[in-house]
Design a protein around this ligand. Structure first.
Ligand SMILES: *Cc1c(COP(=O)(O)O)cnc(C)c1O
Length: 364
């Protein structure tokens, strides 16, 4: 690997395309002849306005975002959205949540501060290892929206088919699958994602919201910063935005366009995931923890027969130049996050290593 870098399987913040990091490095002290670093630049400058305008346009191109959707760059990560969404979307004070793992559960709990929240489906009974059937849920008549986390980063599950919301607005947390494959934006009322999983530097969330959901008549308690209208009306620059993150995300969007957009990305992601899952299916020592049908293309959790062996494997992989394979503390085991920027060689090298490890250490 160039620059002494390792294969980084971190769930987030996570690996970025080397080409983007090189371009950022080359422009670090003097961005495109402006005489300064993007970190040093006024967000009201012409140069920065062009950076944010291009970032938004490139994202719109990549996802084919219809004109009646707003794109907002907001701070506070994905976590702030757990509160901001109910604060802004509740009219009847009712929402339906589908809980399929750690992140949707956090959102479900936070939303309870702001209204009556119904749990309409969950996969908790089998330790969040699958996605429940969402074709005919008891959706509430007066639900203001239906909420999902489309790819559970910790549990490694993903929705293959969106829930039937029976006409209600669908809100989706796409943090760990953002831009990993084509997405039909009009199926959703809101799509959002913290960028540090699959796009750029931490500290920002991108919210794509249907225009008519952006309201003026919010309760008085809603802070100005937490009204979507504030961000939509001010081009994400009501206050100083996360300029650095917007810039690097914009560079990643340009990179994705260059390599063929989300269709090309999807194809590569499927190839990468298949290599790893095929190995897990063959292996006697390592096992994937998710039911086949619902496996994530981005986050691949797996285990051996014991926590001790899991820890030994994590240590051995780290020594061999594969970093951040320890599973999240809430579930244990191992997890390989193979986001957009993870090259296919990285997955192949990991599988080769694990296969060899099994040969040398597996006693049956
Ligand atoms: C990481 C993550 C979050 C939380 O993101 P922060 O930016 O740390 O607030 C929320 N949802 C999902 C699916 C995530 O993976």
């Amino acid at each position: 690997m160039k620059y002494g870098r390792v294969y980084n399987f971190s769930a987030g913040p996570s690996i970025l395309p080397e080409e983007v990091l090189e371009s950022v490095r080359d422009n670090l002290l003097n961005y495109e002849g402006s005489g300064m670093c993007v970190m040093e630049m006024s967000h009201r400058s012409k140069v920065f306005q062009q950076i944010i305008d291009e970032a938004e346009q490139d994202l719109r191109d990549l996802m084919n975002i219809p004109d009646n959707y707003k794109v907002m760059f907001i701070q506070g990560g994905a976590t702030l959205q757990f509160a901001m969404l109910p604060m802004n979307l509740m009219k009847n004070g009712v929402a339906d949540y589908i809980v399929t793992g750690n992140w949707s559960n956090k959102a479900y709990k936070e939303a309870q501060k702001y209204g009556k929240i119904n749990l309409v489906a969950t996969s908790k009974d089998r330790n969040f290892s699958y996605i429940p059937d969402c074709s005919d849920l008891p959706i509430s008549e007066d639900a203001d929206y239906v909420y999902i986390c489309e790819n559970e980063t910790i549990h490694g599950t993903t929705f293959q088919k969106l829930p039937n919301t029976k006409g209600k607005i669908l809100v989706s947390d796409q943090s760990s699958m953002f831009l990993s494959k084509p997405c039909n934006v009009s199926d959703y009322g809101v799509i959002y994602g913290g960028v540090q999983k699959n796009i750029g530097p931490a500290g920002m969330v991108i919210v794509i919201m249907r225009e008519d959901l952006i309201r003026e008549d919010l309760p008085d308690y809603v802070p100005t910063y937490m009204s979507y209208k504030t961000h939509a009306d001010n081009g994400s620059m009501y206050n100083t935005p996360n300029c650095w993150s917007i810039y690097v995300c914009g560079q990643v969007f340009k990179y994705l366009k260059k390599i063929g957009g989300l269709e090309a990305m999807d194809k590569l992601n499927q190839e990468k995931a298949k290599i790893l899952y095929d190995f897990l299916d063959e292996s006697k020592m390592f096992k994937g923890t998710v039911e086949k049908e619902f496996r994530s293309l981005m986050n691949v959790p797996f285990v051996t027969a014991s926590a001790e062996t899991d820890a030994e494997v994590v240590a051995a992989t780290k020594k061999a130049g594969f970093d951040n394979l320890k599973g999240h503390k809430s579930v244990g085991g191992l997890r390989a996050s193979i986001y957009n920027a993870m090259p296919k060689e990285g997955v192949v090298a990991l599988v080769d290593f694990l296969r060899q490890y099994e040969k040398e250490n597996y006693k049956g």
